[in-house]
Design a binder for this molecule. Structure first.
Ligand SMILES: [Zn+2]
Length: 222
């Protein structure tokens, strides 16, 4: 990947991901980010190794480093594990007339045909989510703007293709934007289309003038 990922989940979030204490939808966003981010993959491995070392250093479970490496080699040689690792390969999907490579973690959610809703330059397709959390793809055409909004809950956006800009910067492929009720922003695209994964734990709330009229339409975004 040419773009170096710059915006990562906080360490705390990665720890919760490893402990499997996150809601499944949030885990999905972190898993998809990990697929795209070698930096966080290394941190994850370190955290897992730390957890492993903590276990191994329990009395009577002292394991020499070489044994540890042998054990790892043995585990990764197992067909089942090897198959799981192969699944990390990205896969191509036809989205809005272009073929886009997507992180392996999203594959289970993209088995069925996507149903897009269009509103101006923005299209959304819901992938999953019932009561509390909502997972969708957001396709924003070039030179388009998502009206200024704040968040009633947590909004996690993972850029899958292209670039998105808001008041706090520019985000490219693999970058993760985390917004809370304290943030108000106006994400927009510039010269290229952008595809994002969006996870919301509560609806968006549009802020300005006429766009407040969008609030009844927020099911498109949530
Ligand atoms: Zn990262």
């Amino acid at each position: 990947m040419i773009h170096a990922v710059k915006h990562h989940p906080a360490l705390e979030l990665l720890e919760q991901y490893i402990e499997a204490s996150l809601a499944p939808e949030l885990s999905l966003a972190i898993a998809a980010h990990l697929d795209l981010c070698p930096h966080c993959q290394r941190i994850k491995m370190d955290l897992e190794a730390e957890a492993g070392t903590a276990l191994a250093s329990l009395p009577e479970a002292q394991t020499a480093e070489t044994d540890w490496q042998q054990m790892l080699d043995f585990i990764t040689a197992q067909p089942e594990i090897a198959a799981k690792m192969e699944k990390r390969q990205p896969f191509a999907l036809q989205i809005q007339n272009s073929e886009i490579l997507l992180p392996a973690s999203l594959k289970p959610l993209l088995q069925n045909k996507l149903k897009w809703f269009n509103l101006g330059g923005i299209s959304t397709a819901k992938l999953a989510g019932e009561d509390q959390h909502n997972v969708s793809l957001l396709y924003i055409r070039k030179d388009s703007e998502v009206p200024q909004h704040t968040h009633l809950g947590l909004e996690i956006t993972l850029v899958l293709k292209g670039k998105i800009y808001d008041e706090s910067g520019c985000y490219g492929e693999g970058d993760l934007l985390i917004n809370t009720p304290d943030h108000t922003h106006t994400p927009r695209t510039m010269s290229e289309d952008c595809l994002c994964l969006s996870v919301l734990t509560a609806p968006l709330k549009f802020k300005k003038g006429l766009t407040r009229l969008l609030n009844p339409l927020q099911h498109l975004f949530y």
